[in-house]
Every structure is written in C-alpha cells, then in structure tokens.
Design a protein around this ligand. Structure first.
Ligand code: PRT
Ligand code: ZN
Length: 573
C-alpha cells in the first residue's frame, strides 16, 4: 500500500491537538477559582509601587507589541511585596548570568480594563462555543474573569528575561504575550518535543524551567497557560498553594482552608493572612520521605516493583541519583547498597532497602521496619572440595576470606574456634583459596553455582538473609511518621498478596456445606454470592500459593469446574 503523506500529517495533527486539549484541561479553571474564598478581610493596606523603567535591576517595560489594552497607564505597578520578590528573582538571575535582567511586561491592571479585555475575548470566541460555561472558561484562559483575575490584585506579573550581552530577550519558545500560538502553554515544549517539532535540548524548554524555578523560589505561583505569568497572593496563587499542599499532604484539604491575598479595586483591599506566610519558610524537602534505593544491583528492580505495586509511580531514571514519585511524597536517592545503612542512620535518608547482611555488617543504628522477602541468600562457610577440612573447628589457625568480617568473626567466636585469621576481600571472594590467599571463604550464596564453579563445598550456613526496609528513628517516629507508616502498610499488603492466589468458581448450592468446609480449612473466602435460580453459589477464595494445586485437586473431587485463578495485587486483612 502506498503511504499517504498528507494522511500521516493529518493523523499527527490530530494527535497534537489531542495532547494540547489534554494540557488545556489541566489549567486552573474559572469555576475552580470561584471556590477560593476570602477568610481574612482585614486589609493590610499594602501600598503599590511602580517598577523603574530603566536601571540595572528588575525593570518594568511596556513594548507596544505587548500592550493591546486601552487606557493603560505608562507605569507598571505591583504590590510592594511582589516588587521585593521580583528584585530577588533578578538577583538570582544575575547570579546565573550578570548580563541578564528581569523585565516585567505587565503588572496591575484595573478592573475596568480587565473586564473590557475579557468581554472582547468572550465575544470573539462566542461563535465557537454553544455551551455558555465552556465559552466562559475558554475566554478565561486568555483574560481571566475579573472576579478571579490576578492582574487587578497587583499580585500577578508577566515577566521575561533580557540579555544585555546579546541585545535580545532569551528564547522562551514564543514572544511574551503572543496569544496567536498554543506554544505559549508552559507544557507545550514537551508536547512539541514528543512530536519531533522541537529539538530535544532546545533553549526554550530550559529557559522556561529556569524562570519558573526562580519565580517559584520566591513563592510565586505559575500559570500553566502562559509561560510568563506568575502571581503571588491572588486567587490563582491561593489555589495553586492549596493544590500543591493537598498533593503533598495526600489528604483532603477543605476549600475554605484556602487563604490568600486578594484585592480587587485598590491596594487597601488586599488581605493578608498569617497561615501561609510562614509556609514560604516551610522546608519543602522536609515534606518528602527520602528513600535510599540501590542504584543498580540485585535490589533495584524489586524495590521499584514494590513501589509500583503499592500504587506509587516512579518517575526516575535509574542512571540518575535522584528520583521522584508521581503520587506519593517520596524522593528516591540512588546509591550503592553498602552506603544505605550509613545514610539512613545519619538521617541523610529517612528509609532505605538493603540486604540484612549489609545492615548487620555496617553495625549502623537503624530501625528494621519490614522484611521484604526478596534477594534471599545466605552466608556460607566453604572450603575447596579437595581439602581435608570437615568442620569449622578444623579451621583453627587458618585463614578465612570474606567481605563480612563482623558476622564471620562472631560465628567463629560462637563456635568456640580460636585463632582464625580473617582476610577481607570486597569482591571475588570465591577465588581466594585457588590463588592461595585463604584456606576457606565465608561468602554469600543463592543458587550455589558460584561455589561449584570455583570447586568449593559448603561446610556451614552462617546466617540466612533477605532484603529489609530500614528507617531512621527520628524520621519514623517524628514528623514523617504518618507517611512512612502508610508506606509500610502498603508494602506489607503487597508482600502478603504475593503469597496468595485468588480462585473464583461456582458450584451447586446443595454441595455448599462440604465445599465451605474444605475452603475454611485451607484459605479465606472473600466473596460468596448465591444464584438461587440456577441453584448455584459463586465464591472468590484466597489461598496460599503453596496450597493452590492441592485445593484445586480437592475441588475437582467435588466436581467443581471452571475454576479461574488470579494474581492478587494487594491483601488488606
Ligand atoms: O554496587 P553495589 O555495592 O550497590 O552492589 P553489590 O555488588 O554490593 O550488591 P549486589 O547487587 O550484588 O547484591 C545486593 C544484595 O543482594 C546483597 O547485599 C545480598 O543481600 C543480596 N543477594 C542475594 C546477593 C546474592 N543473592 C548473591 N548471590 N548478593 C550477592 N550474591 C553473589 C554471591 O556472593 C556470589 O558471588 O552472587 C554471586 C552468585 O551467587 P550464586 O550462589 O547464585 O552462584
Ligand atoms: Zn499575566
């Protein structure tokens, strides 16, 4: 079949439109903003201030192309706190590049102008929308409905960055205030990249991220619909704070918990509340549970799997040192497993996953929170197959190679074997006897293949290990207690679930007693429903994996057929 280029192009455009539509749906809506209420009506009488037009700090500059509003004052004015914050942003910019300058293209806008701009957009879009609410929301994406708008509070600004050395504005992917393209959406760059319409490492994405980062550090809330728009103290800010707090806290925050700075007509109307004032100082990293995970090794995949089966999406690249989770306040630190007990004990990480062998050997003071049951192995004492050594005692006065000095020494001490010389190797312990470095080894074994390959035979199992979740006492019993407890519960239910299978089948109700008896003896019924018309009973039944086939064999004796077997995702007793 011949490939039709224009068809491919159409399909691609449809996909692109869909991605943009999805992005638009994520923008804060007018109706969401109307739910923000003013709790504190005490005006703080904060004065406005005009941003200087020239100078080396932050400047306020209207360019004719940016200003399509009638009756605009030549000065850009904002609330005083906003100006101070902008100065800090400019300083941070200059720390990155002394030639950069923060330029404010828009600040305070009177309610009349806001209303006029909104009305114009509303009329312009009218033919496109049948539904009034949809029309209002669409117009709101361009010019906010005055009642919830940020610019009339003096708390919202439109900003960009000018580069003196280059004599031009930094590349943000579009001109500021250019409403002719959807590329102005903050998330547009990612979409364009995905569809190959934007270079992977284009400046625009980096610059948007940088600007958002610097503004965010000063507690400005971003607006997803315009890369340049930020606000502090308006309804959008309140909503953004609420939403990020709610997400972080993972609990239902009531809408009337939202407090904010908000003034419509003039500065005296702006209210200021205490509650979130200090939230700026609230350490964001204190909110996250820092979770140390082996960067790359036997524990890595299982740990990520455990997170994912606990409903936590890991958005991390294993090659990186840090990772985040979509839907749980977890920060992942990817490190060598040997370092995990130390990191947890010191508080650099709150929790971590590590083999018991490493934990014991480290002698670090960590809490054992949960046995995870994977990466099972044992520490075995082994000698060359051709050696005359039969027991641990025969090793008196001899050399034992190991990576686990603490455990091995304790073993010989407990066995009453004296005069053992421990030689430490951090890897390839198995070859020590072959090269004449030791008479025996104490090494980890799982399948035993490695011992066999190196012609070693096990004499003794010193200790059996599995992976464990460990924690730092201060975190586990302090301010992160709840989040860590919830995590442990989820992990525990997933681990438990792995031991079960679920069976579902129906049987003649007249056999119910016999079958219930059988089921009661070997598992747990989670659902039973009767179908009197058919004279049948349907059950769902949990059974331990190890008993699965025995149960099925017994059920067959009762002529039960049509048994469906399922994996269990979680089990909460
Ligand atoms: O780079 P990093 O320091 O993070 O990783 P690592 O090399 O120290 O650790 P890694 O990934 O090898 O193992 C992590 C943990 O998995 C260990 O601390 C143990 O708790 C556990 N584990 C489980 C094992 C094994 N099974 C195992 N078989 N660790 C190591 N081995 C070695 C064993 O020593 C032998 O040399 O694997 C080799 C093969 O074993 P056999 O018996 O299957 O042949
Ligand atoms: Zn704006």
């Amino acid at each position: 079949m011949e490939t039709n280029l224009s068809e491919i192009k159409n399909q691609m455009n449809a996909l692109l439109d869909e991605a943009y539509a999805k992005l638009e749906r994520s923008f804060v809506t007018y109706s969401e903003l109307t739910r923000v209420v003013i709790l504190n009506t005490d005006a703080d009488k904060e004065p406005f201030t005009a941003i200087p037009v020239v100078g080396t700090g932050v400047i306020g500059r209207y360019e004719s192309a940016w200003n399509d509003m009638e009756g605009e004052s030549p000065n850009i004015i904002v609330r005083e706190t906003v100006y101070k914050k902008l100065c800090n942003v400019d300083k941070a910019l200059k720390a990155k590049n002394p030639n950069w300058q923060l330029v404010v293209a828009y600040g305070y806008r009177t309610l009349n102008i806001q209303q006029a701009a909104f009305n114009r957009k509303y009329e312009e879009l009218k033919p496109k929308y049948e539904d009034k609410t949809e029309l209002r929301e669409a117009a709101h994406r361009y010019y906010a409905v005055p009642e919830v708008a940020g610019h009339p509070t003096g708390g919202a600004v439109d900003v960009t960055v000018y580069d003196f050395a280059e004599g031009k504005y930094l590349d943000f992917g579009t001109e500021i205030l250019d409403f002719s393209t959807r590329r102005i959406y903050y998330g547009a760059i990612a979409i364009e990249r995905k569809y190959g319409r934007e270079a992977k490492d284009s400046e625009a994405g980096k610059n948007r991220e940088m600007l958002r980062g610097l503004m965010g550090a000063e507690d400005f809330a971003p607006y997803e619909g315009e890369w340049w728009h930020f606000s502090y103290g308006d309804k959008e800010w309140a909503y953004y704070r609420w939403r990020t707090l709610a997400r972080k806290k993972k609990e239902q925050v009531q809408f009337d918990d939202i407090e904010y700075l908000y003034g419509q007509k003039n500065f005296a109307d702006i209210t200021y509340t205490e509650k979130y004032k200090s939230a700026a100082e609230e350490k964001v990293d204190a909110e996250f549970v820092k979770f140390a995970v082996q960067k790359s090794g036997r524990l890595t995949d299982e740990t990520i799997k455990l997170l994912e089966s606990s409903g936590i999406d890991v958005v991390a690249d294993k090659g990186k040192f840090f990772g985040k989770c979509e839907n749980y306040p977890l920060e992942l630190l990817f490190v060598r497993d040997d370092d995990i007990p130390g990191l947890v004990a010191s508080g650099a990480a709150d929790i971590g996953v590590v083999g018991e062998n490493v934990l014991i050997e480290s002698r670090c003071d960590c809490l054992r929170l949960l046995d995870l049951g994977f990466a099972k192995c044992s520490l075995a004492l082994a000698v060359p197959t051709n050696s005359g050594i039969r027991t641990a005692k025969d090793l008196e006065g001899k050399k034992v190679a190991t990576s686990y000095r603490v455990t091995t020494e304790k073993f010989f001490k407990d066995m009453g074997v004296k005069d053992i010389k421990i030689v430490e190797l951090s890897g390839s312990v198995e070859i020590a006897p072959i090269i004449g470095y030791a008479d025996a080894v104490a090494d980890l074994v799982s399948t035993g293949n490695s011992l066999r390959q190196n012609r070693l035979k096990p004499l003794h199992t010193i200790q059996i290990y599995q992976s464990v979740l460990i924690g730092n006492d201060k975190a586990v019993n302090g301010d992160k207690k709840l989040k860590i407890e919830k995590l442990i519960q989820r992990f525990a239910s997933c681990i438990k679930a792995k031991k079960f299978k679920s069976l579902s089948f129906s049987f003649p109700t007249e056999d119910a007693d016999k079958i219930r008896g059988l089921l009661a003896a070997c598992g747990r019924v989670t659902l039973e429903s009767q179908n009197p018309a058919a004279g049948e009973t349907l059950v769902q039944f949990l059974v331990e994996k190890s008993k699965l086939w025995d149960v099925i064999d017994e059920l067959k004796i009762f002529n039960v057929c049509g048994i469906a077997v399922f994996d269990v995702e979680g089990y909460i007793p």
